[in-house]
Design a protein around this ligand. Structure first.
Ligand code: KG4
Ligand code: ZN
Length: 362
């Protein structure tokens, strides 16, 4: 049995979790900073790292308490050390190193993007009857994995939880970033993605025709900046030059509630269509290459999206669809601790000079 403490501070959630054997979540604590960033309409890196510093110790203590475990009982300390905001990552990495050094436990650095693709394997200890020997539900490989978050939109082939090859990625905005900007264009407030998703469910997507960027016929890359601009023009009209300034015909305040709701629905439909088309293409590509896929994994914040979840589940006749519990779609430390189990078993540990890095290795 392994018991691993995971720490996650890559963006604006301070999180710690204890996970047993890579799948049974014994505790999952997430302190969100949404209130602190709301007034700025997005994450302010300096505010985020200060808030992590204030919260990291209580969050780790709470994770151990909820798991009813002490530091001595842990087998390793894992931390998401890439990618993310450097000032934020450094707080988690510093805390993990301190704990590893002071307890003599191994340190394991985990790539946040890879951890998002592991999240569907997690099961809450409080949702199962432990006396009945609950079984894990491991992801079957080879798998195709789509990471859709605020910073990433990439498609991968995975042959194990830690062996990954990228098949395609966004050439401009990440889909979560496009959702957040679309929410600003529609005056929906922060956090944009969930607000837009909620509104879109009440609208008629066919009321507006927004583009689905496919790039070339074979491409597995993504592009969302055209969709974002098309939404901007649909809301505000075409831009015109007036006295050396660019002005729009109208503002989002001029929209009726029905127009705003239908625009949200049309944006959602176009964004999710683009993801689904590439997912199908990716599966077809694997079949053509003679590498048939056992599972389809969707991870990252946008995998909490209602339409994406519905459309992905509809693929269940072709492939086993693995979506995380909504709590584990968003940033959390259980996915870090869960994935670290596989590094632990393989004897892959890090030294105390583990760096915090802005970019993913994946
Ligand atoms: O994975 P995540 O929590 O953080 C990053 O690693 O970026 O993803 C956050 C992103 C944000 O852009 C947020 O707006 C988006 O996920 N998001 C959603 C939904 N919930 C979160 N986008 C669309 N629909 C949602 N329901
Ligand atoms: Zn994330």
């Amino acid at each position: 049995m392994t018991l691993i403490l995971g720490i996650e501070t890559s963006c604006d959630e301070t999180a710690a979790a204890v996970v047993q054997d890579g799948w049974l979540v014994r505790s999952n604590i997430i302190a969100t900073q949404h209130r602190l960033h709301e007034q700025y309409g997005g994450v302010v890196p300096e505010i985020a790292s200060r808030a992590h510093l204030e919260r990291i110790s209580p969050v780790i203590q709470q994770a151990l308490k909820q798991a009813d475990r002490t530091l001595d009982q842990l087998d390793a300390i894992a931390v998401g050390n890439r990618p993310g905001l450097i000032g934020s990552l450094l707080i988690g990495v510093g805390a993990a190193k301190t704990l590893a050094w002071s307890t003599g436990k191994p340190l394991i650095g985990v790539d946040h993007v890879l951890a998002h693709l592991y999240a569907p394997a997690l099961i809450n200890a409080w949702d199962v009857n432990e006396s009945a020997n609950p079984a894990p539900n491991p992801i079957q490989y080879p798998a195709i994995g789509l990471v859709v978050s605020g910073g990433h939109t990439s498609l991968y082939e995975l042959v194990s939880p830690t062996e990954i090859t990228r098949l395609g990625r966004t050439i401009d905005d990440a889909v979560g970033e496009a959702y957040d900007k679309a929410a600003v264009i529609l005056n929906l407030g922060y956090p944009g993605g969930p607000n837009l998703d909620r509104l879109a469910q009440q609208g008629d997507p066919s009321a507006y025709d927004l583009p689905r960027s496919m790039l070339s016929k074979q491409s597995l890359d993504f592009s969302f900046s055209g969709l974002k601009t098309a939404l901007l023009y649909a809301v505000r009209g075409l831009p015109k030059r007036h006295n050396d300034r660019i002005v729009f015909e109208r503002s989002a305040d001029d929209l009726t509630e029905a127009q705003r709701t239908n625009l949200a629905a049309a944006f959602q439909q176009a964004a999710i269509d683009a993801l689904m088309i590439k997912l199908h293409r990716g599966l077809d590509r694997m079949t053509e290459l003679g590498r048939p896929t056992q599972s389809l994994i969707v991870g990252g914040g946008v995998s909490a999206n209602s339409l994406l979840r519905r459309r992905a589940k509809e693929m269940k006749n072709t492939v086993t669809v693995r979506l995380a519990n909504v709590v584990y779609c968003l940033d959390n430390a259980a996915m870090i601790a869960g994935l670290a189990h596989h590094c632990f078993v393989a004897g892959q540990f890090d030294d105390l000079d583990l760096p915090a890095l802005a970019t993913s290795r994946c």
